[in-house]
Design a binder for this molecule. Structure first.
Ligand code: PEP
Ligand code: MG
Length: 588
């Protein structure tokens, strides 16, 4: 049994067979075979070895002819590895002594080798480490080839599942999660990633238990091994012993039986406990149109952030205007005419659907590159298609349009001017649309926070995207577990920027209706809610699942106390001090 600690990103407990992606990408049908099948497994193994050797030999000849011997030799060295008697003997020995299936024996032997190479690499200097890593990668490739030969080359790892799996991977791009649903995937766990990575956000949205940022574990697990994911404690357990399995099965049964603690709050208003209650508007963040219903189920008053780039899930081409339009109208129909829906324009690039964006391939530093609104302003057809669909859909409800990643006022002006061009085009073509759609900008880059007063004058509302604001303020990748300690919502630098934006918003509110929202993951965290209210925020947008709990915090809160809390937090010097202070003053 192996137990690993990671970062919990989506609650719940799941127990099931592992499907290890990125490596073999297939699930071994069984781990052990009856004694009378052992000889048959040896025959299957030898056949798979021979087939893989042959294909390596063919590739080598082809590559040598086309690209020269240096490149041909890459497959040549794999051919030698596959022909190595020692490798074959080790695998056969596992089949005979442990009654392992050929697939499982291949996987176990190769993973032990990979682990040995990786461990050796850590003990050597840079040069030795790189060589060991290369060797390890070669073996992973060999494992994939052998498993594919044994299992008849399945294309989609989800195609041949006989029961839902627990997906294990180094990392998952959102497009990898396209096939995830409760019928196929019980949970997932990844070696890298942070709490605001898009995969984590999607896990929350799909309500699948998930743990990320665990560190290296894939060499310790093979497809088909039983694993447990505890999305509350952030734990992954590989091959649990009988007692652990029993304990987690009981914990899981208890969780499933537990009624939704906050269900009774759904129809209650989100108001503070003051004598004159202050209303806090709670909105939902969604990625997929079908989540609009979750917003209503959990008592959200509307959608504060619709991440439209998830329209790229499962797609090999850009969504058409009609596809955009259909998704937006579906959300609006669910929410009805009076609940606001903030549609954020495409935030593609960096970690989100970068391969689909068509321009990101050579980016060396994608988070600082041509992503999000920059990418849209560079691909006007793509951008206009979406804007047209938003304006057309807007006749069905209370739509607001919001631009992500704005870092200068000129960018915002270009977006607004393009929106006007699109309106004129629709007018000219006689296509029905709504003209007076409120326009907002996200504040998620420090330059935008510093210039919030200027940006605010140009829009009807702003929304603070703390996920990116934290990353860019602290220069700490939101997906990188190695800098997770720097990536902290309570860093005083972040709090000062939030306060700056709130003040800019308040100046506008003195002149006209103006909203300041927070839609990063920070607003879904009960610990931070008093701080945000104390800083002056009255609109919070979070994953629907979090809304009842936030509402509960708000209903116990007094604004004057929250203001005192925020005032004091702003005098502190470090994230650690602020976090401890918040914890000490939390009602939990
Ligand atoms: C944010 O950056 O806080 C945000 C809400 O946007 P996303 O998480 O989609 O980047
Ligand atoms: Mg963002």
């Amino acid at each position: 049994m192996e137990k690993r600690q990671g970062i919990p990103v989506s609650p719940g407990i799941a127990i099931g067979p592992a499907l290890v992606l990125d490596t073999e990408g297939v699930l071994s049908p069984h781990r052990e075979v009856p004694a009378d099948q052992i000889d048959g497994e040896i025959v299957r193994l030898r056949r798979a070895l021979a087939e893989s050797v042959e294909s390596a030999r063919d590739d080598r000849a082809r590559m040598t002819a086309r690209l020269g011997p240096a490149l041909g030799n890459i497959r040549g060295s794999q051919q030698s590895m596959l022909e190595n008697d020692n490798l074959r003997t080790q695998i056969e020995e596992r089949i005979r002594s442990q009654a392992y299936s050929a697939e499982y024996a291949v996987s176990r032997v190769i993973r032990d080798l990979v682990k040995a190479f990786e461990d050796a690499g850590q003990l050597r200097g840079d040069h030795g480490a790189a060589a060991a890593r290369r060797q390890a990668t070669e073996f992973i490739d060999i494992e994939r080839q052998l498993l594919a030969a044994l299992l008849g080359h399945p294309n989609n790892p989800f195609d041949n599942l006989t029961e839902p799996v627990i997906v294990l991977a180094n990392d998952l791009m959102p497009s990898d999660t396209a096939d995830f649903n409760a019928r196929t995937v019980r949970a997932f766990a990844t070696e890298s990633g942070g709490p605001t990575s898009h995969t984590a956000i999607l896990a929350g949205a799909l309500e699948i238990p998930a743990v990320v940022g665990i560190g290296r574990f894939r060499t310790d697990v093979s497809g088909g091994d039983t694993v447990i994911v505890d999305g509350e404690e952030g734990v992954l357990i590989i091959n649990p012993d009988a007692e652990t399995l029993f304990r987690y099965e009981a914990k899981r049964a208890e969780q499933l039986a537990r009624p939704d603690r906050y269900e009774s709050l759904r129809d209650k208003p989100a108001v503070t406990a003051d004598d004159t209650p202050v209303k806090i508007r709670l909105l939902g963040n969604i990625e997929l149109a079908q989540e609009a219903a979750h917003c209503l189920d959990r008592g959200a008053e509307g959608v504060g952030l619709y991440r439209t780039e998830f329209l790229y899930l499962n797609k090999t081409a850009h969504p058409t205007e009609e596809e955009h339009y259909a998704a937006y109208t579906s959300v609006l129909n669910t929410l009805g005419p009076n609940r606001p829906v903030v549609i954020r324009t495409l935030d593609l690039g960096a970690d989100k659907f970068s391969s689909m964006s068509g321009t990101m391939a050579d980016e060396k530093n994608p988070f600082l590159g041509l992503r999000s609104v920059r990418l849209c302003l560079n691909n006007l057809d793509l951008f206009k298609t979406q804007l047209r669909a938003i304006l057309r859909a807007a006749i069905h409800g209370d739509v607001r349009v919001m631009f992500p990643m704005i870092s200068t006022v000129d960018e915002l002006r270009r977006c607004k001017s393009l929106l006007n061009d699109v309106k004129e085009g629709l007018e000219y073509a006689g296509i029905p649309f709504k003209r007076d759609v409120p326009v907002g900008t996200m504040i998620e880059v420090p330059s935008a926070a510093l210039l919030a007063d200027v940006l605010a004058r140009a829009v009807d509302f702003v929304s603070i995207g703390t996920n990116d604001l934290i990353q860019y303020t602290l220069a700490a990748d939101r997906n990188n577990e190695h800098v997770a300690d720097l990536y902290n919502p309570t860093d005083p630098a972040v709090l000062r920027l939030i306060r700056m934006v709130v003040r800019a918003g308040q100046k506008e509110q003195a002149k006209r209706p103006f909203e300041v929202n927070v839609c990063g993951e920070m607003s879904g965290e009960p610990l931070y809610v008093p701080l945000l209210v104390g800083l002056g925020l009255r609109h919070l947008s979070a994953t629907p699942r979090k809304i009842p709990e936030i509402k509960r915090v708000i209903r116990d809160l007094k604004v004057a106390e929250a203001e005192r809390l925020a005032e004091h937090a702003l005098t502190l010097e470090s994230a650690r001090q602020v976090s401890s202070y918040l914890r000490a003053n939390s009602a939990e």
